[in-house]
Design a protein around this ligand. Structure first.
Ligand SMILES: NC(=O)c1ccc[n+]([C@@H]2O[C@H](COP(=O)([O-])OP(=O)(O)OC[C@H]3O[C@@H](n4cnc5c(N)ncnc54)[C@H](OP(=O)(O)O)[C@@H]3O)[C@@H](O)[C@H]2O)c1
Length: 256
């Protein structure tokens, strides 16, 4: 029988599922058979569109609103998911508070470092506390953080974003060691600058300057990121934990 990614009977939470990458991750996990908790922050309309796609695949969904940096919000979200779909087997920490514009260390507002700490580091802490205990009881689980190639590039102007994502990396690799004995894997997917629906709508898929630095000479797609998440969420990735998987056409290559 051909190998396939089968998430039938699994429940997945995708944070930031109203966003560019999150919505494709949510749809893809649903196509693999999972029921989906669709998290959004402000954009309920986008989240509802994702719910329609999930349900068109014959899967169940629930919409959950939360500030993922707020413990009480995450607890409320956790209760709502448990009451509707059941405790998640798969948690994808994808939401991020965006900073506009990026500035140098000397010019970046201190509140931007705080926002990145909250949305990258504290999100993972709150999601772990809310969802990992049920995974431990069940003796299986998947926690997948969406990181970024930027965390390895140290590009001027990105210090707040990079500091948040590097902090997230620290939390998740320690978590991987702490919960591995329960057959829970904790991994990260690190996209490059990715083509999403917004680029397709606005015709901004190509960027010669960026592409020139990518060994594969193109930008990756939202679907390529989502495919990697689906693999890590599946039984096919049962012995991979603590990994940081770049999906960026070789733009960065972490050394071993
Ligand atoms: N796009 C890329 O090229 C790229 C490259 C590398 C890494 N990444 C990573 O991929 C992930 C998704 O990025 P994206 O480009 O898809 O971002 P996006 O389109 O800006 O979506 C961000 C998502 O996070 C939610 N969000 C924002 N602030 C929040 C808060 N305080 N609490 C809860 N949710 C909040 C938003 O909710 P609402 O819209 O409902 O308010 C939205 O769903 C991020 O972790 C990002 O760092 C993206």
């Amino acid at each position: 029988m051909p190998l396939s990614i089968d998430l039938s009977g699994r429940v997945a939470l995708v944070t930031g599922a109203s966003g560019e990458l999150g919505r494709v991750i949510a749809r893809t996990l649903a196509r693999c058979g999972a029921d989906i908790a669709i998290h959004y922050h402000g954009n309920r309309e986008r989240a509802e569109a994702v719910a329609r796609d999930v349900e068109a695949n014959g899967r169940r969904s629930v919409l959950v609103q939360a500030d993922v940096a707020n413990a009480a919000d995450v607890d409320r979200m956790s209760k709502s998911i448990r009451d509707s779909l059941g405790a998640p087997d798969i948690v994808v920490a994808n939401a991020v508070a965006q900073i506009h514009p990026w500035s140098s260390v000397l010019e970046e507002d201190v509140s931007d470092y705080e926002s990145q700490f909250r949305s990258c580091v504290l999100q993972c802490v709150h999601l772990s506390k809310a969802f990992v205990p049920a995974m431990i009881s069940r003796g299986r689980g998947r926690f997948i953080g969406i990181n970024t190639e930027c965390a390895m590039q140290m590009t001027p102007g990105q210090s707040a974003y990079v500091s948040g994502k590097r902090g997230m990396d620290g939390v998740l690799r320690v978590l991987a060691r702490e919960v591995g004995e329960h057959q829970i894997t904790v991994n990260q997917v690190a996209p490059g600058w990715t083509i999403s629906e917004k680029d397709r709508r606005e015709g901004t898929e190509r960027n010669a300057g960026y592409e020139a630095g990518v060994p594969m000479r193109r930008r990756g797609t939202d679907q390529e990121v989502a495919n990697t998440v689906a693999f890590l969420a599946s039984d096919l990735a049962s012995f991979i934990t603590g990994a940081f998987v770049p999906v960026c056409g070789g733009h960065v290559m972490p050394t071993i």
